[in-house]
Design a protein around this ligand. Structure first.
Ligand SMILES: Nc1nc2c(ncn2[C@@H]2O[C@H](COP(=O)(O)OP(=O)(O)OP(=O)(O)O)[C@@H](O)[C@H]2O)c(=O)[nH]1
Ligand SMILES: [Mg+2]
Ligand SMILES: [Zn+2]
Length: 324
């Protein structure tokens, strides 16, 4: 009886919980709840729930896992806990392959620049739709303020007015200026934050400004195209006060995953707010008569760029079509 008890206790001790803080696809860095970081491999095939598309990474940064020490001295991940949430995208808009950027996050920040490189509102909106779909609060960070002339600054102010009106907090900073990031540091010190955006917008530069000791690699833009060179290659979480901040590799396109056409408008707050006001209760807000959403676009109560992005998503091949 005593022996049985001992082996039960030993079994319990051999596995310990932690958080994946870096994932390269072949090995993972796990921050154990004891405070130790260990390099791990994944044990065989872990069961991943709730994903019905082909996923390229079974484990993502932010995942809660159990880790076991094998007799060989290697650490292996033996269990993946259910995710509270995650941010997922298709590699390209039409690809069947999906990629989880990070899991279990408190707030997702999309970093955008008007120039060097240019971020379209379509990219921002697709990111926000995904954050809405997975109930992750989202904010916008407009970066490289120092590069913008007065006219472009005014344009950013107008964009911020639009997005703030939809409920998304906005920041307008130069990540190269440490003084400008103090308020962000305060906010990010108490939560798990994800920063995503095109390559070269300044994600790693911002994290360096928040935590200069990290000295993350940052990269120059290509001279020919003013685009980033994909300097950060793997997502990685860094400690910031009591919080964590996830640096991610630049993404070119943000393809939407696993949404149905009929539910898309629920993830646009300004359309969700008009739910039930269209003549037909299954209105897709395309050409149906008596559509409250189209009326709002015509009256400029809904921004045309937002509605055009809605149309692009619903008319594209990105969504799961119900009647296919
Ligand atoms: N002028 C100016 N340059 C900036 C600012 N923020 C970042 N940069 C520069 O932009 C370039 C790209 O910055 P990174 O931090 O490497 O960009 P990233 O978003 O991490 O890029 P990837 O890792 O490739 O996804 C670097 O040369 C930075 O110095 C800014 O606020 N103003
Ligand atoms: Mg980077
Ligand atoms: Zn409608």
């Amino acid at each position: 009886m005593l022996c049985l008890l001992c082996s039960f206790v030993a079994g319990m001790m051999s596995s310990t919980a932690g958080t994946v803080i870096k994932s390269t696809g072949s090995w993972y860095l796990v921050y154990l709840d004891s405070g130790l970081s260990v390099e791990c491999r994944m044990k065989g095939q872990l069961r991943i729930k709730g994903l019905n598309t082909k996923n390229t990474n079974p484990l993502a940064v932010g995942d809660r896992v159990d880790v076991q020490l094998e007799r060989s001295g290697d650490y292996v991940i033996s269990r993946l806990y259910d995710r509270r949430n995650y941010i997922i995208r298709r590699s390209t808009k039409l690809s069947k392959q999906t990629h989880i950027i990070a899991a279990n996050i408190d707030r997702a920040y999309v970093m955008a620049t008007l120039i060097e490189p240019r971020t379209s509102t379509g990219f921002i909106d697709r990111f926000l739709v995904t954050a809405e779909a997975y109930s992750i609060p989202a904010s916008l960070i407009f970066n490289k303020r120092d590069l913008l002339d007065e006219e472009l600054c005014e344009y950013v102010e107008a964009l911020m007015q639009l997005y703030r009106g939809l409920g998304y907090p906005c920041w307008f900073i130069s990540a190269t200026d440490e003084k400008q990031v103090n308020e962000l540091r305060q906010e990010m010190s108490t939560q798990v934050s994800l920063i995503a955006g095109h390559s070269g917008v300044g994600k790693s530069t911002l994290i360096n400004a928040l935590r200069p000791d990290l000295d993350l690699r940052t990269g120059k833009l290509s001279e020919a195209h003013s685009k980033g060179m994909h300097t950060t290659t793997f997502a990685e979480m860094h400690r910031l006060g009591d919080g964590w901040i996830v640096d991610t590799p630049g993404i070119k396109e943000f393809g939407i995953v696993d949404l149905e056409r009929a539910e898309l408008s629920h993830f646009f707050p300004e359309m969700r707010e008009r739910f039930g006001q269209c003549r037909f209760n299954n209105c897709l807000h395309l050409n149906e008569p008596g559509c409250a959403v189209r009326d709002a676009v015509e009256n400029s109560e809904i921004a045309l760029t937002r509605y055009e992005c809605y149309l692009a998503i619903i008319n594209g091949d990105e969504l799961e079509k119900e009647y296919d």
